[in-house]
Structures are given as structure tokens and as C-alpha cells.
Ligand binder design. Structure first.
Ligand code: TXE
Length: 480
């Protein structure tokens, strides 16, 4: 099927007419073609967004909230289609696409509809004057999203941007364009106001870069790799665009000596291998108190070994294909590097070709557990973003904190202990944006989401999203 840009309420081919192939990573088959858009397509989309801005921002907040709820309802009616499409486009198991991608895409719209309701304007009174803090939309905003959680992350940005009165130029990853197209079709079916949401497909350095550079686009919300995040900052920074950068991670899962080993092993395996380790929040390093290392590791490996790698269409599959052959090669090269760096493969370590005729060209990798690597090795400090985890011993809580904070990233992490006060105390000393104690990926959407160091700049979620997608003005009125 051909996927088109969605600009000014119309599905259009790119001005150049050039199209790109989109593959199903599990089969290696071409499943769609998408526009290879360029500056002209982005300029057309930005113009449409600019023209649509006065009427969209002119709606009341209540009217925009109604639209978000209508979109959520319409997405919910096609949630199975979203799940199946996302699974086909990313290679992830259908059960995961239902439980995480489709469900969260719907709840993102519902959440921000509800959260915006409680938004109040601030007022500060002085002896002889009153200050009224008012919110205005930023204007036309650029949303650039990655391939690991395509509609989940696009909707996470579209919903708050819309409810705060902005209009949008969005570019999904060229690797996973299909559910963004479902969103466009949903908006079209709802007769959503034309030009408010514009989706332009294409490659990062051409289409994405054009969004970064367009003078009418006043804010960029970006989720993706750290290296690309640097390009975003370098391009948009000097143009004084508002920036929200959600980048990579190298998160630690810390197993304290008083942890319940079964619970921690299951939790650490889930944190390491959900979505084949292709979530920025995944726990790719497991730090284990030396006193319980020998008791914990066999339980962890049992939990990993129980994970079924195979056909994403199979309800019982836990681990599907990674996003592409190229990414599979990158992940496998890190496994080879680990051996050169002195690591030993405790489980997995190889490509898997499921015995299913259609999956022979897929990019499946067994969940891989590597021991005996230094905490400062490349495999333990660089983001691999695949089903690979390294195990490390520590001999004190202080050492665990130092090892955790020793990478260039600072996004997330989890701590497993039977003493939650101890866990919380440890969490406070970790330089990351998000810490879980005795759980992982347990999300309250009102909380701030984002990281420090090479994991990004800014926070999204709850009020932080609403603040990012609005400009504040203070009006000070002298008393009569
Ligand atoms: O990110 P990219 P990808 C990390 C992870 C992964 C790496 C690459 O390490 O291996 O990033 O993943 C667009 N100007 N994470 O390829 O390349 C691109 O088209 C403007 C962590 O997804 O950064 C896509 O739409 N845009 C992350 C988006 O940026 C550009 C989740 C992300 O692409 C561009 C995913 C440019 N010059 C990957 N170049 C997380 N934190 O969740 C690319 N793009």
C-alpha cells in the first residue's frame, strides 16, 4: 500500500513524487511505500499549520478537550487495527502492541484531555497591583518521533500540543510510518479541522532537518537517539526554538542484597527485554550485590530462558524481530565486541531464524545475557538498544550508585529491595530522571518524564507537557 503525507486535511504524494519502501522487519517484505518528502513538502505543511492556527487556538480549551476525547474514542474503535499494524511495522509481538502501543496511544489522548481540565491560571496579588499569568500556544510545533514506540510516542506529543492550542507538523520515523497514517485517517474520518495536524513522511536528514530549520515552526519535541538529538539542538538552538529532547539511555537495574530474588529476577528480565530491549527505559545493565550474585543469576537466566522468541503474530511470543537487518547487525556486533572485551555469554548471543516459512529473512536475536564485563567496557556504557544485558557485581550501596552514575546517560533505572525506604534513599542519589523501586515501566502520566546528561533536555508528561506546549505571559494590572 502507498502511504501519503497528510497536509491541510488532504492525503498527498510528495512534491518530488519520490517514494521510499517500508519493510516488515519480521519478514523482510516490503509492506508499504512512503513519501520521500523534502523542504517543499515541509514548507507546504508549515504553511497549512500556520493558516489553521488562529481558528484552532481560538477554540475554547473545553472545545479542544472535546476533540481529544473524540480522537481517543475513534482510536479505541480501531485499536485492534492499530495493534496489528504496529506489530507488522515494528516486528514487535502482537500482545505487546495491544497491551502497550495501542492502549497507551488511546490513553495519551484521554489523559491530556482530563489533565488539561484541571489546568488553572496563576494570579499573584501585590499591595497595589495584580499579576495575571496567562498561557498562549507556542504556535506551529514540530514533532519528530522514533521507531520503537511509533504511535505511543507520537500521540504523547500530539495530544498536549493540540489541547494547548498549537498546530502541528509531525514526522514519524521512516522505519515505522503506518500507525501515524492510521492517526491521519482517524482525524480525516472525524472531519478534524484541516491543517491543524500535518504528517510529513520521509528521512531524518532531509524531511526531519527541514522541520528543524523551518522559521514558522517555533518548538521542536524530539524523541530519538542522542546523536540525532545533538543535530536537533545544533540546528534549532540558534533559532531560539523551544526544545524538548528525549534521547537514549543505558539504564541500571539494581538488585540489593535484601531483594526478593524471584520478584527481582522476573522484574529485571522484563526491564531488560521488553520490546526486544528497544525502549529507552530498558534496564540494559543489571547491578547485583555480590553477596547474592550466585543465588540471583540462575533465577534471572531462568526468567530470560522462559521468554519465547518468534512469530510476532503468535499471541504467546514474548520477543519478536528487532526493527531492521541493519539494527540486528549493530546489536550482533556488540555481542561480538563483548567477547573481545572479556565478557562471557551466559545465555543467548546469536541470531534466531524461527522455523516459520515467512520469517526466514527476519531480524530475530535471542535475549542475551553477558557476564564478567567491566562496568567501564563499551558494551556496559554504550546504548545497544537491543535484547542484550550485562551483569555486574557491587559490594556496597555506594559502589552501586557510583557504577550506576558512571555512564554518559541519565534517563531511568529500577531498584529491587525488601526495604522500600532504603530503595527510595538510594534512588535519590542516582543521576536519572526516572527511578522505580520494586517495579518497572509503572507509569503515572502526571509525572515528569525525561533525563539528564546524554539522555536529553526537558521533561514531558502532565503539567510539564502542557507547559512545554504553551508560552506564559504575565499581565500586571495596577489597582485603580
Ligand atoms: O533514532 P534517530 P532511531 C536511540 C537508540 C537507537 C538510536 C537510533 O540508540 O538505536 O536512537 O534510533 C529523525 N534531523 N533511540 O533511528 O535516528 C528520524 O527520521 C531531524 C532511543 O529511531 O534519532 C526519526 O524520525 N530529524 C529513543 C527520529 O529522528 C532526524 C527511541 C529518530 O531517529 C534527523 C528510539 C535529522 N538530521 C531510538 N536524523 C528513545 N529515547 O526512546 C534522524 N531524524
Amino acid at each position: 500500500m502507498d502511504i501519503y503525507n497528510y497536509i491541510d486535511g488532504e492525503f498527498t504524494l510528495p512534491i518530488s513524487g519520490n517514494m521510499l519502501d517500508n519493510l516488515n522487519p519480521a519478514t523482510g517484505q516490503i509492506i508499504a511505500r512512503i513519501p520521500d518528502s523534502n523542504n517543499d513538502d515541509v514548507a507546504t505543511a508549515a504553511e497549512a499549520a500556520k493558516l489553521a492556527l488562529p481558528s484552532w487556538r481560538g477554540l475554547t480549551k473545553g472545545e479542544r478537550i472535546n476533540w481529544l476525547n473524540k480522537i481517543a474514542q475513534a482510536l479505541e474503535e480501531r485499536s485492534e487495527d492499530i495493534a496489528k499494524t504496529e506489530s507488522m511495522d515494528t516486528g514487535k509481538p502482537i500482545a505487546l502492541a495491544r497491551r502497550v502501543d495501542a492502549a497507551r496511544s488511546i490513553s495519551n489522548f484521554r489523559f491530556f484531555a482530563k489533565h488539561a481540565e484541571q489546568l488553572t491560571e496563576n494570579k499573584f496579588t501585590m499591595a497595589d497591583a495584580t499579576n495575571y499569568v496567562i498561557r498562549k500556544p507556542v504556535g506551529v510545533v514540530g514533532l519528530i518521533t522514533p521507531w520503537n514506540l511509533p504511535l505511543y510516542l507520537l500521540s504523547w506529543k500530539v495530544a498536549p500540543a493540540l489541547v494547548m492550542g498549537n498546530t502541528i507538523v509531525a514526522k514519524p520515523s521512516e522505519m515505522t510510518p503506518m500507525t501515524a497514517n492510521l492517526l491521519a485517517k482517524t482525524l480525516d474520518d472525524l472531519d478534524f479541522p484541516k491543517g491543524v495536524v500535518n504528517i510529513v513522511h520521509g528521512l531524518g536528514p532531509s524531511t526531519g532537518q527541514a522541520i528543524l530549520e523551518h522559521p514558522e515552526i517555533s518548538a521542536i519535541s524530539f524523541t530519538g537517539g542522542t546523536e540525532t538529538g545533538k543535530i536537533v539542538a545544533k540546528t534549532a538552538g540558534p533559532m531560539f526554538k523551544k526544545l524538548s529532547l528525549e534521547l537514549g539511555g543505558k539504564n541500571a537495574t539494581i538488585i540489593l542484597d535484601d531483594a526478593d530474588l524471584e520478584t527481582a529476577a522476573t522484574g529485571a528480565a522484563k526491564a531488560a527485554f521488553t520490546n526486544s530491549g528497544q525502549v529507552c527505559l530498558c534496564g540494559s545493565r543489571v547491578l547485583i550485590d555480590a553477596k547474592i550474585y550466585d543465588a540471583f543469576v540462575p533465577k534471572f537466566i531462568d526468567a530470560v530462558a522462559a521468554m519465547k522468541v518468534g512469530n510476532p503474530d503468535d499471541e504467546s511470543t514474548d520477543i519478536g524481530s528487532v526493527i531492521s537487518q541493519q539494527h540486528m547487525e549493530k546489536v550482533l556486533s556488540y555481542i561480538e565486541l563483548a567477547k573481545q572485551e572479556g565478557g562471557t555469554i551466559a545465555h543467548g548471543g546469536q541470531r534466531i531464524i524461527p522455523n516459520h516459512a515467512s520469517l526466514q529473512n527476519g531480524s530475530f536475536i535471542s535475549p542475551t545475557v553477558i557476564e564478567n564485563l567491566s562496568i567501564s567496557s563499551r558494551c556496559a556504557t554504550e546504548e545497544i538498544f537491543g535484547p542484550v544485558v550485562t551483569l555486574h557485581k557491587f559490594d556496597s550501596d555506594l559502589a552501586a550508585i557510583e557504577m550506576t552514575n558512571s555512564t554518559q546517560y541519565g534517563l531511568a533505572g529500577s531498584i529491587w529491595t525488601s526495604d522500600t525506604a532504603r530503595g527510595k534513599q538510594l534512588a535519590k542519589q542516582i543521576d536519572s530522571g526516572i527511578l522505580w523501586v520494586n517495579t518497572w515501566l509503572h507509569r503515572d502520566l502526571r509525572t515528569p518524564f525525561g533525563g539528564v546528561k546524554n539522555s536529553g533536555v526537558g521533561r514531558e508528561g502532565g503539567d510539564w507537557s502542557l507547559n512545554f506546549f504553551s508560552e506564559l505571559s504575565n499581565i500586571c494590572v495596577k489597582d485603580d
